[in-house]
Design a protein around this ligand. Structure first.
Ligand code: TXA
Ligand code: MG
Length: 332
């Protein structure tokens, strides 16, 4: 199939919505990363997502809505648990709630909890609104690849496999939403992301963080609280080497490497580059900037044909927690 690149014009959004209503796949921008959407109420449409991404059937999808009315329609009434997190919805937060009957089991991979999110991005909201149905949407990359933050990234992975991509420019945040199990007590962060643990604790009191490193490779996925965690994920095609520490440790690591390596280099940091390819990652003191450029940097360096990528690990607070999580999973 030929994948259409659509703009955010009225006419193009109407076309994208029509494709979604008739069971097709449309990638669209959100404030975190691009998502690959399908009508969440139709099992056949949802099935196509798994095929296009080559995503295993055990990995459940997030359902995206545009409004509180849509949540009410989906659940019959507004779930009481949502009251405590309403400041973050719309926003980069996904919550696990009891799966309503309307949602086919393919969406939740057979689980009785459903992940829902209300994106803040105006194009995402307009598209969902016009489609008139909730959209199941994982990140719009091939399974295990870095998430796409531009329409070009989407096309690099999925051209010819999906009906269309709506090009809304680069995604602002650059890392995915925080996945929070609201039925757990205390609430449990399954994936660190755009809404920070600090923000959630401020609103909810104690919030726990699931440690994906507790999971060992090969363990059956069905028993895990979130099956997508704890595996090689978000990964470039070449090995990713993480360096804990500062400018000096990064520089030492680059100096001791052999072959043509790529470096995720914070602005102003000096390394003895030699044959290395440098990606200007942004100000180390501004983790939001690092987040917005993380996946683009990994994709840039692998496209440059480097043999390995060397990257310093940001501090584990605020959005830095999500950055470390993505980098760890990408380096397994
Ligand atoms: O920011 C985001 O969350 C983006 C944009 C497009 O909204 N979406 C996204 O979806 O990152 P995806 O499928 O790439 O990652 C969703 C994660 C997966 O690790 C999946 O295993 C987990 O959420 N998840 C989804 N539904 C779940 C459920 N019912 N129970 C446990 N984990 C779930
Ligand atoms: Mg993903």
């Amino acid at each position: 199939m030929q994948t259409l690149r659509l703009s955010t014009s009225e006419a193009d959004l109407a076309r994208a919505a029509e494709i979604l209503r008739t069971g097709g796949l449309v990638a669209f921008p959100t404030e975190t990363v691009y998502g690959l959407g399908a009508n969440a109420l139709e099992a056949d449409a949802v099935q196509k997502i798994f095929e296009a991404k080559e995503r295993p059937a055990w990995d459940p999808l997030i359902v995206h809505v545009a409004s509180r009315e849509m949540l009410r329609d989906l659940f019959g009434e507004l779930p009481a648990e949502l009251e405590q997190v309403k400041a973050f919805m719309p926003g980069p937060l996904t919550v696990l709630l009891a799966r309503p009957e309307k949602i086919p089991l393919a969406v939740t991979a057979g689980r009785d909890k459903l992940a829902v999110r209300m994106p803040a991005h105006p194009v995402a909201r307009a598209l969902i609104e016009r489609a008139g149905v909730p959209l199941a949407a994982p990140s719009a990359n091939r399974f295990s690849r870095p998430s796409p933050t531009t329409a070009d990234h989407v096309l690099a992975d999925l051209a010819g496999r999906i009906d269309a991509v709506v090009d809304g420019g680069p995604a602002e945040l650059g890392v995915e939403s925080t996945v929070l199990d609201l039925l757990a007590s205390p609430p449990l962060i399954l994936r660190a992301g755009g809404t920070t643990r600090e923000q959630l604790e401020h609103a909810l009191g104690r919030v726990e963080l699931y440690d994906p490193e507790m999971h060992t490779e090969g363990e059956p996925r069905e028993g895990l609280p979130s099956p997508g965690v704890g595996i090689r994920h978000y990964a470039p095609r070449v090995p990713l080497v993480l360096v804990d520490g500062d400018e000096a440790s990064l520089s030492g690591r680059v100096r001791n490497s052999t072959g043509r390596v790529g470096v995720m280099l914070p602005s102003g940091w000096k390394v003895n580059a030699g044959a290395a390819v440098l990606f200007d990652w942004g100000d180390w003191e501004q983790p939001e900037v690092l987040a917005s450029r993380l996946f683009a940097g990994l994709r840039y360096l692998e496209d440059e044909g480097v043999e390995a990528i060397i990257c310093p690990l940001p501090q584990p607070s605020g959005i830095g927690l999500a950055l470390r999580d993505r980098l760890r999973k990408a380096s397994f």
